[in-house]
Design a protein. Structure first.
Ligand SMILES: NC(=O)c1ccc[n+]([C@@H]2O[C@H](COP(=O)([O-])OP(=O)(O)OC[C@H]3O[C@@H](n4cnc5c(N)ncnc54)[C@H](O)[C@@H]3O)[C@@H](O)[C@H]2O)c1
Length: 322
């Protein structure tokens, strides 16, 4: 039987590329840059499977013809960059990679909380600039994390992994807001309390960390109105998706002192960052590092291939999202 034709849109860990090549007719994108829409449309006509990442904007146009494409094995858990309704209508299966990246993404959220609260980015820049003149009682004084109230928006896999770290590791008090009710035992496991609405949550938190999906439903969930309900000493952390935060409104809130600081791993128009944020000392900016460890990137790749193997064996892929 002919082997399925598979396109990998970005460079993957070598061990996963080797596993993939053993079972499929694989094309790797040699440039390791994001494919254009035209390239994705052409690929849908040529390949049985495309294995995209967050940098591939897979709009409805990709499914508009009569594609050869049968499955999109997304390399990542978030899939708001894929027009899943159009995929479903075209009979194209979409899978993702849940769980295997939760710990590392929660680690990056905790990193941003600590860096923003303790002004670590400012401190590092001071030392590197050669301007540090020695220890002083009033220099770069930040906020204490232990005992602070952490508000988590979206209490799924990553939100819960962060809550465990923050509560058990750092003594933070955790409030959560989730689209649906969270089981009492899940809340109790990380000392968390669920509040009903985002409006209830915002004025209560020292740190707000976002862990809901992106996409149209959550676009600008945190905009001028939400930022206006936060306390002036509060910190916003976003490791979810850039579109969840109105970046212009965030820059304005930081400039006016409406909130104190921010830590960002994701941006509205990656890799572009709103210029005003680039010049602010009280903002920590990371280049979408959530899942970026060797172990996790390999595990994500194996998870994609597990789903692909199941699909081409005629089974329902374990991480099917449509
Ligand atoms: N920075 C990174 O590199 C990185 C890495 C992995 C995942 N992510 C992002 O993190 C997101 C969460 O991943 P996960 O595995 O925890 O997903 P998940 O599906 O387990 O959890 C998401 C939770 O958010 C809730 N939710 C959805 N909309 C909401 C809203 N408006 N208000 C409150 N709660 C809402 C859902 O009910 C769910 O409980 C992904 O969708 C992805 O976009 C980013």
């Amino acid at each position: 039987m002919a082997r399925a034709k598979v396109l990998v849109t970005r460079a993957w860990p070598a061990e996963v590329e080797a596993r993939l090549a053993a079972g499929y007719e694989v094309t790797l994108n040699p440039s390791d840059t994001a494919l254009t829409l035209a390239e994705l449309i052409a690929a849908a006509a040529d390949y049985d499977a495309i294995l995209p990442t967050v940098t591939d904007r897979i709009g409805a146009e990709v499914f508009a013809g009569v594609p050869r494409l049968r499955i999109l094995g997304n390399y990542g858990v978030g899939f708001s960059h894929i027009a899943t309704d159009a995929a479903k209508a075209a009979g194209v299966v979409v899978t993702n990679t849940p769980d295997v990246l939760s710990d590392c993404t929660a680690d990056i959220a905790m990193t941003l909380i600590l860096m923003a609260a303790r002004r670590a980015g400012e401190g590092e820049r001071l030392v590197r600039s050669g301007q540090w003149t020695g220890w002083r009682p009033t220099q770069l004084v930040g906020r204490k994390v232990s005992g602070a109230v952490l508000g988590i928006v979206g209490f799924g896999r990553i939100g819960q992994a962060l809550a465990h770290r923050a509560h058990h590791g750092f003594g933070m008090r955790v409030l959560v807001q989730n689209r649906s009710a969270v089981a009492p035992e899940v809340l109790a496991a990380c000392g968390a309390v669920q509040v009903d609405t985002l409006d209830d949550l915002l004025p209560k938190v020292d740190v707000l960390s976002l862990h809901c999906p992106g996409g149209a439903a959550n676009r600008h969930l945190i905009g001028a109105a939400a930022l206006g309900r936060m306390r002036p000493d509060a910190i916003l952390v976003n490791t979810a998706r850039g579109e969840v935060v109105d970046e212009g409104a965030l820059a304005a809130a930081l400039a006016s002192g409406q909130i104190a600081a921010a830590g960002l791993d994701v941006y509205e128009a990656e890799p572009r960052v709103t210029p005003a944020l680039m010049g602010m000392e009280n903002v920590v900016l990371l280049p979408h590092l959530g899942s970026a460890t060797h172990e996790t990137r390999a595990a994500m790749g194996h998870r994609v291939v597990d789903n692909l193997d199941a699909f081409f064996a005629g089974e329902n892929p374990p991480d099917r999202v449509v």
